[in-house]
Design a protein around this ligand. Structure first.
Ligand SMILES: [Zn+2]
Ligand SMILES: [Zn+2]
Length: 224
């Protein structure tokens, strides 16, 4: 029986670069035995992708609308998870020396990600507040950081934490607070099916973490 190690082995070029361990999916598709594609067939979409969509979603692979869907599906997965193996080094991150000691708040940054549990989108907004300690970053950078860490299979808590870790590491601020609020389609479209429900995650560091301080209240007031 063929044992798939990762997508890079299963999916030929142009999906060769993809490298997601497929433990869950492996179990489902393990019984579908397919020979590895030869170099000549490298532009063929692997049968496991076709089977997944045909068997589980009733896709008609012979229809005009369905025949290219497995390829589009894989390309989409690849695109939505384009930073899966990246710790943020790909971003050109630059800070500027600045003596400002006031809280800087970047409000309502939109983001889109994919749920790690259900492979279905979740999307929402983030609010970032920080009190600089000698250096600041361009405001657009915060949106870049968010959308960088959103481009992989994610859990909202982890996304929020990764944004905090990255900003903390690069800005070394006196305080940092990141709030994310998202609607998870795995909850609104399936499962509990409760449209409009959102999940809010709050991470605080430094002056924001001290509940007795006014920084946190000031931030929450600012993002109302
Ligand atoms: Zn990256
Ligand atoms: Zn989910």
């Amino acid at each position: 029986m063929q044992q798939f190690k990762n997508l890079g082995e299963v999916f030929p070029s142009p999906f060769r670069k993809v490298d997601i361990p497929l433990d869950e999916m492996e179990r489902d598709i393990r019984d579908v035995q397919r020979p590895m594609l030869s170099q000549d067939e490298k532009h063929e979409v692997p049968g496991c992708a076709e089977d997944l969509l045909a068997v589980y979603a009733g896709l008609d692979l012979n229809s005009e609308h369905g025949k290219d869907t497995p390829r589009r599906f894989l390309a989409m997965l690849n695109e939505l998870t384009s930073h899966k193996n990246c710790n943020g080094d790909c971003m050109k991150w630059k800070t500027f020396p600045e003596s400002v000691d006031q809280m800087i708040v970047v409000k309502k940054i939109p983001f889109y990600s994919v749920c790690n549990h259900h492979v279905i989108p979740f999307s929402g907004f983030a609010w970032v507040g920080y009190v600089p300690d000698g250096k600041v970053a361009g405001l657009s950078k915060f949106a870049r950081v968010l959308n960088h860490f959103a481009r992989k299979l994610q859990v909202q808590e982890v996304l929020t934490q990764e944004v905090v870790n990255f900003l903390e590491g690069h800005l070394k601020p006196k305080g940092l607070m990141v709030v994310t609020e998202a609607e998870h389609f795995c909850m609104t479209l399936r499962g509990a099916q409760v449209p409009g429900t959102t999940t809010r995650i709050v991470e605080t560091l430094g002056v924001f973490a001290d509940h007795s301080r006014t920084a946190k209240m000031e931030f929450l007031e600012a993002i109302k």
